[in-house]
Design a protein around this ligand. Structure first.
Ligand SMILES: [Zn+2]
Length: 121
């Protein structure tokens, strides 16, 4: 039976959250660096608690960024909507058929003639 493994890492700024993917990449790299310790934890008697402290190696791990949006990631789209930083949020470029006007902020897309421009009078 494996031991209980607890991780300790840096806390985000007050009121903020870390980007889901930044945390996942940091933890994956930490685990790669400590694979022997993880294997040992998996073979340690049940009931033992083993601590891993990511804060001790922050300068050697991928950086953490604050989440700025809830959205899909191009890296892991099957995970659904995640809280992501600017680097991990997917970029989207819309292509529209001609004659359709994209909405402005808070606006609404209307077909030609319904928006007061270019339609029958
Ligand atoms: Zn990120």
């Amino acid at each position: 039976m494996p031991a209980t493994v607890l991780y300790k890492g840096p806390k985000p700024p007050l009121g903020e959250k870390w980007c889901f993917l930044c945390v996942a990449f940091m933890k994956a790299q930490y685990n790669d660096r400590h694979q022997e310790d993880i294997d040992r934890a998996n073979n340690t008697p049940d009931g033992e608690v083993i601590h891993f402290d990511l804060t001790a190696e922050l300068s050697e791990l991928p950086p953490l960024e604050v989440a700025v949006t809830l959205g899909l990631s191009g890296v892991l789209p099957q995970a659904g909507a995640l809280e992501l930083c600017w680097s991990h949020a997917t970029a989207v470029k819309l292509q529209t058929p001609s004659g359709i006007h994209l909405p402005g902020p808070g606006g609404m897309a209307l077909p030609p003639g319904m928006n007061g421009m270019g339609g029958p009078r």
